[in-house]
Design a protein around this ligand. Sequence first.
Ligand SMILES: [Zn+2]
Length: 317
Amino acid sequence: MTILTKTNNAKRAGKFLNLLKPRDIFFHDGSTLRRVRIGTGIQAGASFALLLLFLWAAAATVQLALAASAPLNPQISRIQHDVEAMQADVAAMKAVAAKRYELTAAEMKKLGLEPTRFHGGQAYTGSGGPLELVEPARAEDPNFKALFMSWKKLDQIEQGTIAIPSTVPVHGTNFTSGFGVRSDPFKGRAAMHAGIDLAGPLNTPIYATADGTVDRAEWNTGGYGNLVEIDHGRGIQTRYGHLTRYIVAAGDHVKRGQLIAYMGSTGRSTGSHLHYEVRIDGKPVNPVPFLQSSDYLQSVQRRAETQVALGGPVKSE
Ligand SMILES: [Zn+2]
């Protein structure tokens, strides 16, 4: 068997060497006939080079074919799969952020507030949401950057909702007078009513309708009687007039729903009631839509308040 193989191999090698035996090539250069001899070594080298070239081309072809059908390395295919899944996640998160932004912006517009009022986050700069930590490390990746920007924008608008008065300042009261032009009970002629009147028994508790800082709690000579004014930031204020007494002082920070005063009939008042105002950039607006804030807005506010609580103290303007 071995001898037979050896013999066969020797025969084949002999045949191969025979193919590569020195060859003479004759050519005529115009004047004389020339002979060039090509040795076995050169022929073998050339054959080997050709063989390598052929194998390399074949390998490349096979690789291309494999890459087209099934990837060579299962690790590479796993990474590719992970990257695709991550890109899908990024797209989904961006879509969620966009949807939530859109809903919150729509709630603000219902109240006559432009969402841009809440961008930039002056009131809450430095409070530090968890998203802010992500920015420097991922900023170079355009996908992450876009995702970060949409979530930052969402974070700002949602944080901004904290400034929006959205609860009732008193419970179980009668709505007695609306916002706008009405017949003035004192002058007997048409006058602008800058807020709404909510009537109830003397000493009915009165609550702040949004987080903010008390910027006055004092006697007002202009007709409000005992007046509390709260600055909620973002150019939004509320006023509470005709109070029997107040239990907050200028500079106090108050939370939404916090007890601040008791109902009365001080100042230009004909009976126990709360005069309630919402002001935007110093101008009184109709408070009624703010009293009817949606569950959606209130849930956003609760979430934003939780985030502020986690991120640090609220810095009011
Ligand atoms: Zn009033």
